[in-house]
Design a protein around this ligand. Structure first.
Ligand code: GLA
Length: 401
């Protein structure tokens, strides 16, 4: 089954209709931010690595109006009840549901100055970004809120410098208010995405390069197969992977200007540290090896992409999945089943793992056969029915109406 995506006009109409249903006022405007797909460079953003994501054409849209009573009142067509919270009451763990992404963004933006002021907002949310699929529905929610609150405070859209500050606010919302220790890949992609391009993000230098990504011209497609085995990044497994890497980085003296990939013999030194501190040496070796190798792989993939060498790119995608499966251990039987059914080459899980989606880079004329193979593998093993999307690089967060 193919996942349905609304036109921008429909998204605007639906966000406005939802707003009208719940609020007496008119919305000032409608803003949108996309989900993202990560082509390669997984679980390295919090270790100064490199990732190559792009912003999807699937967006979350928010219809927003200002209020003067210090409240954030949030409604979503995916939630039963509106959520109302005093801005002064927002903080770690509060609110403790989907509204934490929205309120947390405004809270963090006000604290850091990324959002200069806010005396309250009424917000109606509608989204085409699949939830729990590794496609960053959370970042889409944060970033659509961020650009709306920014423009309502300043009277203009954020430039690149302002977007960089909004990335920080959105990350802080997720890390501190929601309690997911994610690393910035998603928010950068959602705020800085450009139609027709992938982004090469270097989390060590902070560099962000646009890389043309026009698969159609090469007769190729990027297929997303959502396993529909849901995941959550705030359930402890993501944090457990990150925790090991954070500890190793600290023990090895990594920090600004000297991230894991700059440390010679990082894997051996991490093993020595694990032995000294009574940790499982084999686990630490595999986790650190993944981060170091995935970063080297992604640098090579960026080069391959710039040279138009999609065959090499496809091999590197496969190797990335194998490392996530065997060394980082964040795949699931459902993800591995899609990876195998798609033929491995050009396939890999995308996002945080523990559920979610697999991407497949393939020839246009192979889409139908590949979809059929993935569906039948899931059926044979009694897994949920996967759903599909053809991913194209769309625009980053912006005002729609
Ligand atoms: C999630 C996180 C990101 C990143 C990826 C894995 O999407 O939000 O920060 O760590 O997982 O690459």
């Amino acid at each position: 089954m193919w996942i349905k995506t609304r036109s921008n006009d429909q998204l605007v109409a639906d966000a406005k209709a939802l707003f009208d249903k719940h609020f007496d006022a008119q919305p000032v405007g409608v803003w949108a931010a996309p989900g993202r797909v990560n082509l390669i460079g997984e679980h390295v953003d919090y270790a100064g690595g490199v990732s190559i994501p792009f912003a999807l054409e699937q967006n979350t849209a928010v219809a927003v109006a200002t209020r003067k009573d210090g409240k954030l009142v949030m409604v979503s067509d995916a939630a039963d009840e509106p959520v109302s919270v005093d801005l002064a009451a927002v903080g770690p763990g509060s609110p403790d549901n989907w509204a934490g992404y929205v309120a947390g963004t405004v809270w963090a933006g006000l604290k850091d100055g990324g959002i200069p002021s806010c005396a309250g907002l009424s917000i109606a949310v509608t989204s085409d970004v699949p939830v729990g699929s590794g496609l960053s529905s959370s970042a889409a929610l944060e970033c659509s809120t961020a650009v709306a609150a920014y423009e309502l405070a300043t009277g203009h859209a954020p430039d690149d410098a302002a977007r960089a500050r909004l990335v920080k606010a959105c990350m802080r919302a997720e890390n501190e208010v929601v309690g997911a220790s994610t690393g910035g890949l998603d928010q950068n992609a959602s705020l800085f995405g450009k139609r027709g391009h992938a982004l090469e993000l270097d989390f060590s230098s902070g560099a962000l390069d646009l890389v043309p990504f026009d698969l159609a011209a090469r007769g190729k497609v990027l297929l997303i197969a959502d396993t529909n085995a849901p995941h959550s990044l705030s359930d402890g497994q993501y944090a457990s992977r990150r925790g090991v890497i954070d500890d190793v980085q600290e023990a090895l003296g990594a920090g600004p200007g000297a991230t894991l990939r700059d440390i010679p013999d990082a894997v051996d030194r991490a093993c020595a540290w694990a032995k000294d501190t009574g940790r499982d040496e084999d686990v630490v070796r595999r986790r650190v090896a993944h981060v170091v190798e995935e970063t080297a792989r992604t640098l090579e993939a960026a080069q391959a992409l710039k040279e138009g060498n999609l065959d090499r790119f496809a091999e590197l995608m496969r190797d990335s999945h194998l490392s996530l499966r065997d060394q980082y251990e964040v795949t699931t039987p459902e993800l591995d089943s899609v990876f195998d059914a798609a033929g491995q080459l050009g396939a890999r899980m995308t996002g945080g793992g523990f559920g979610g989606a697999v991407i497949v880079l393939l020839d246009q004329d192979k889409v139908d056969d590949t979809v059929a193979a993935i569906e039948s593998a899931a059926k044979d093993r009694g897994f949920p029915e996967p759903t599909f999307l053809v991913a194209l690089p769309g625009e980053g967060a912006r005002r729609l109406a």
